[in-house]
Design a protein around this ligand. Structure first.
Ligand code: SF4
Ligand code: SF4
Ligand code: FES
Length: 253
């Protein structure tokens, strides 16, 4: 496939046609701040922190880099004074929304805080409504959580805040959450997430709890109703098993 040439902050980067600007930047070690982007998921375009200035045919415009596909050669700047000023405003608004969030606080510190006291609210959690958790759950096919309510009571939750039958307790939503505000509690072989308790299964090798019964069943179903060979062991033991197999194979040669 023909490569496209993208110059980001003066650095020449090669990209595939249609690749998103944020992904190209990341691949080339150029940091663009972002909150609602995860490489495994569709861009959410919710936080707008990933904005960049793009210049094509002598015209300049501001784009949202996580959802901006690069189709032809172009130049981009990700840290101009104008962009920093826009990020400062966005972060000030987010800080007012979620004053408890350390992630937002440290980003706001970097860009400087504007006065947005009129927007302040005492929301009591650190969710910035970026939608990544909902997207992750939807990708799994579970759709256990969604955005509910409107205005300042808008939040992510299960239907009626009740334990959801669709939730398998896998924790993917918490894993992708940029502010770490989805609580997972694990004690005595029980994982609690989204107001639901899940019994955990122990790893066949090391004996550590590692997966909920529901997630284990979900994986079995995805595997055509068959328990996968490595499904009964945790990620650490699986990696060790794979490494052992590689060693054994290379010794045979
Ligand atoms: S823990 Fe529940 S809500 Fe979160 S991704 Fe897994 S199934 Fe969805
Ligand atoms: S809980 Fe986390 S991932 Fe979900 S919308 Fe809020 S900040 Fe984003
Ligand atoms: S990362 Fe692009 S809008 Fe949030």
């Amino acid at each position: 496939m023909d490569k496209i040439s993208v110059i980001i902050n003066g650095k020449k980067c090669l990209a595939d046609k249609g690749e998103f600007l944020l992904d190209i930047a990341e691949r080339n070690g150029i940091v663009i701040p972002h909150l609602c982007h995860h490489e495994a998921l569709r861009g959410q375009a919710a936080c707008r922190l990933c904005i960049a200035e793009v210049r094509e045919n002598g015209r300049k415009r501001i784009v949202t880099s996580c959802i901006f596909p690069v189709m032809r050669d172009l130049e981009a700047e990700t840290d101009t004074e104008e962009i920093r000023e826009m990020r400062k405003t966005l972060l000030s608004l987010l800080s007012a929304e979620v004053p408890e969030s350390q992630t937002i606080a440290s980003l706001a510190e970097e860009y400087g805080k504007g006065d947005v006291s009129r927007f302040s609210k005492d929301f009591g959690n650190e969710c910035i409504l970026c939608g990544l958790c909902v997207e992750a759950c939807s990708e799994l096919g579970c759709n256990a959580i969604a955005t509910v309510n409107r205005g300042i009571t808008k939040k992510i939750s299960t239907p009626y805040d009740e334990p959801s039958a669709a939730c398998i307790g896998c924790g993917s939503c918490a894993y992708v959450c940029p502010t770490g505000c989805i609580r997972i509690d694990e004690r005595n072989g029980i994982r609690t997430i989204w107001n639901k308790e899940f019994e955990l299964i122990r790893c066949d090798r090391c004996g550590r709890y590692y997966i909920t019964k529901e997630e284990n069943e979900y994986l079995r179903q995805r595997n055509g109703g068959v328990q996968g060979e490595l499904q009964c062991i945790c990620k650490n033991c699986r990696q060790a098993e794979t490494a052992k197999k590689i060693m054994e194979t290379s010794l045979e040669f």
